[in-house]
Every structure is written in structure tokens, then in C-alpha cells.
Ligand binder design. Structure first.
Ligand code: ADP
Ligand code: ASP
Ligand code: MG
Length: 403
């Protein structure tokens, strides 16, 4: 049995007309002899509308109930799309996360998939040609509904492809592949034919929302054949794989993230164990810290700054203030008008001067760098949020302008 997993995002299933186009894609794949699992997102705008509604009802919505509410977006999509397929004589049924089940941990709002019952999927595949699966959702071992984090339907699709040993996992979206920068904001962005799992994982984690970063993490771990394709046009998309041919540019792309903040803990003691105490407390509170800078200690005191998702700032401040006595610091400052701009590329490991080229582009654009953070295949800078769009353009032009 050849199995294909196709995932369609919110804009691809926005209304009846869009869903009919998706049905056309499904028909083509059936004609090629595949059994299909079609993973759908909520119709565009739906998840946001549900979120807004929750905040009209409650100042502090219970995360567990929030997930019960948010899963209805995908439930609506899969029911409507299954009806549409059935009307066309296609044997199809919808499946919700809890029905398989897609088992997750209990981290409501950003749960991680632990296992998927492929036996049930295979049984249902004997009876139906298309299983229409709700993305973004799962449930805990105790039967509570969970969601996987914004953009999480990509991860549902890759997890299903893994569980079924599918031949291919296609992510259909409103652009025709992964680009060197967000094609909606950067003129001159180019489509990438092939990208490595590692580069894609960095780009996705650094703000390129075209793929959910956990979907790439899973695809890499289980060697899932994955591609990003357009749901609007018939064109080759971008293949995400282990090894690709090297581009001349040495970097795969530029990404920006404006959803971060920086916290500075000022006036800490200049003694061993301070960083350990701070970051172990934050870790226990499930707060993911990114760039960290410690000032040079003077007069027996030092400062530690770090970046984190804006959504976690309140929690981080609470944790720090609760432990103020134990951590012995003077005060804490928060800066949330910042952005992170990054370049990603496996080629930079073997090419000197890539970081310098990025810094030169920022200097030419008169943009001040506040913090720098690097890994083997990326360089990230922290800058003023107002400079973010210009910085992406300047850096993108520098690397891709003259190629
Ligand atoms: P879907 O609803 O199909 O999941 P998303 O909105 O999550 O779609 O992701 C697609 C969007 O990702 C595109 O419309 C594009 O604006 C954005 N994007 C950001 N960075 C990139 C990039 N490097 N390449 C392609 N698209 C990108
Ligand atoms: N509907 C969810 C969201 O808007 C999940 C997804 O689209 O992937 O984030
Ligand atoms: Mg998405």
C-alpha cells in the first residue's frame, strides 16, 4: 500500500471554493494509486477568532479549556471536507486527535506528541480511501484534549507520516515552497529547491513560520520524505532532506522573529552558581531561554541578560521575583521592542567571513546590534524591533543580491 500524507493549512481550506481545489489535489493523488491521509488546519482566521472569544469570556482562560475550544477549529474543517469528498463519491471519513488517539503530554497549548495508534489508522485505511485527520490536536493518557502550539498541524502531518511509514509527507500552503526569506515581505526572495533538515529546523525555529519547527525535528529524526508545495499552483516545491547540493551563497536563508523579549537581571553577586540558580529555576518553570549574556563582573556585582519568547515574560518575572531573596539581585528590566534576525546555512561551517558579511550589511544600513548569538550553522543578532524589516532586507541583499 503506497501511503501519502497531505497537509493543507488554513488558507488552503478557508472556504468552499478552496476546499474544492483541495479535493482536486486529493483526486489526483488517488488516481496515482495512493491511500491518503489528509491533515487539515482550521479555516483561516478561525484559531485567532476562537482565541479572541476565549479572552472575551475570561481574563485568564484555563489552558485545558482553551485547548477544548481551539480543537473545534480543526474539527469543523475535517467534517466539512469529508462531506465534500463523500459528495464526490470518494470513500472518506474524518478523524479527531482523541479518536486514534494521538497521545500527547499534558502541556496544554504546546503539547508534544508521544505516540500515535497506527493500528487504528491502518484498520480504517482498509475501509476508506481518504482519512481526513484534524491537525494540531491530541489528547493526554487521561483523555484531556490538547493542542500542539500555533502552526502545529505540520507536526501532526509528519507524526502521522512517521507512524504509517508513509512514502511522502506534503505540506501544502499559500506559497510555493521555502524561500531565502519570507516572500511576502522581502522582494527578491528566492525559492529553495532543496534544504537540509538542519537548516530548515533552524529557519523554522528562528521565525520562518512556513513550517512548525517540531515538524522538522520529527522529520529529521525519522527520515520522513517531506516537501512544501503550493495548494494554488501546480509547481515543484521545496524538498526537505538530509543532504542537498550546496548553494553558492553558503547560506540557505534569512529569518526574523519579533515575538521575543529580553530580560536583564541587574546587580547579581559576582560569585559561582549565580547563572546556574537563575536558569535552573527558569528551566523548571518550562521557560525556554535563548541568547544569554553576562556582563564582566565589577565591584562584586554582575548582570545577566537573556532572551525568551514574549509570551513567557510574565512567568519569568514571577519566578525571578519569587526567588529574589535567594538569587540576591538588585532589580530586573524587560525590553520587548526587540527582534532577532538570523542567517542560517550549513555552508558557513566551512566558509570564513560569513558572520562579518552579515555585520557589514547591518552597519551599511546603520542598524545597531544589541546581542549576538551563534551556532555552527547560524548567526543571530538582536536589534531594535523597528529595524527588523530593514535588517532582513539589507542582509538578504548582501547574500542574495549579487548571486
Ligand atoms: P499555513 O496556514 O498553510 O500553515 P503559514 O501561514 O503557517 O501557512 O505559513 C506560510 C507562510 O509562511 C507564508 O505565507 C509566508 O508568508 C511565511 N514565510 C515566512 N518565512 C518564509 C520562508 N522563508 N519561505 C516561505 N514562506 C515563509
Ligand atoms: N490552526 C492552528 C493555528 O492556526 C494550527 C495550524 O494551522 O497549524 O495555529
Ligand atoms: Mg502553518
Amino acid at each position: 500500500m503506497r501511503i501519502l500524507v497531505q497537509k493543507f493549512g488554513g488558507s488552503s481550506v478557508a472556504d468552499l471554493e478552496c476546499m474544492k481545489k483541495v479535493r482536486g489535489k486529493v483526486r489526483e493523488a488517488l488516481a496515482e494509486g495512493y491511500k491518503l491521509v489528509v491533515v487539515l488546519s482550521a479555516r483561516s482566521g478561525r484559531t485567532n477568532a476562537l482565541l479572541e472569544m476565549a479572552y472575551q469570556w475570561s481574563d485568564e482562560p484555563d489552558p485545558a479549556e482553551m485547548d477544548v475550544l481551539l480543537t473545534t477549529g480543526e474539527q469543523e474543517s475535517v467534517a466539512l471536507f469529508s462531506m465534500l469528498l463523500q459528495d464526490d463519491g470518494i470513500k472518506a471519513r474524518s478523524l479527531l486527535g482523541f479518536q486514534l488517539p494521538v497521545l500527547t503530554d499534558g502541556d496544554f497549548g504546546s503539547a508534544r506528541i508521544q505516540s500515535i495508534d497506527a493500528a487504528m489508522l491502518r484498520r480504517e485505511m482498509e475501509k476508506y480511501d481518504v482519512l481526513v485527520m484534524a491537525g494540531f490536536q491530541g489528547c493526554t493518557a487521561e483523555g484531556r484534549l490538547t493542542t500542539l502550539g500555533r502552526g502545529g498541524s505540520d507536526t501532526s502531518a509528519v507524526a502521522l507520516a512517521t507512524a504509517l511509514h508513509a512514502d511522502l509527507c506534503q505540506i501544502y500552503t499559500d506559497v510555493d515552497g521555502v524561500y531565502t526569506a519570507d516572500p511576502r515581505h522581502v522582494t527578491g526572495a528566492r525559492k529553495i529547491d532543496e534544504i537540509t533538515y538542519d537548516e530548515m529546523l533552524e529557519l523554522a525555529s528562528l521565525g520562518a513560520q512556513v513550517l512548525h519547527n517540531r515538524s522538522v525535528e520529527l522529520a529529521k529524526k525519522y527520515h520522513v520524505n517531506m516537501e512544501v508545495v503550493s495548494s494554488l499552483e501546480r509547481k515543484p516545491g521545496t524538498k526537505v532532506k538530509e543532504v542537498v547540493k550546496m548553494e553558492k551563497t553558503n547560506i540557505a536563508g534569512v529569518a526574523k522573529d519579533v515575538s521575543i523579549a529580553r530580560i536583564a537581571v541587574v546587580g547579581l553577586e559576582h560569585s559561582p552558581g549565580v547563572a546556574f540558580r537563575i536558569f535552573s529555576l527558569l528551566g523548571k518553570a518550562n521557560i525556554n531561554v535563548d541568547a544569554i549574556i553576562q556582563s564582566i563582573g565589577r565591584d562584586e556585582s554582575k548582570d545577566i541578560s537573556f532572551t525568551l519568547p514574549r509570551a513567557d515574560v510574565e512567568d519569568a518575572l514571577r519566578v525571578l521575583e519569587e526567588q529574589k531573596e535567594a538569587l540576591r539581585f538588585d532589580h530586573v528590566t524587560v525590553e520587548d521592542k526587540i527582534a532577532k534576525v538570523s542567517i542560517v546555512g550549513a555552508g558557513m561551517m566551512t566558509t570564513p567571513g560569513v558572520a562579518a558579511k552579515m555585520f557589514e550589511a547591518l552597519y551599511d544600513a546603520n542598524i545597531n546590534i544589541q546581542m549576538i548569538n551563534t551556532s555552527e550553522i547560524r548567526v543571530s543578532v538582536l536589534i531594535d524591533e523597528n529595524d527588523a524589516a530593514a535588517a532582513v532586507r539589507a542582509v538578504h541583499d548582501k547574500f542574495f543580491g549579487e548571486v
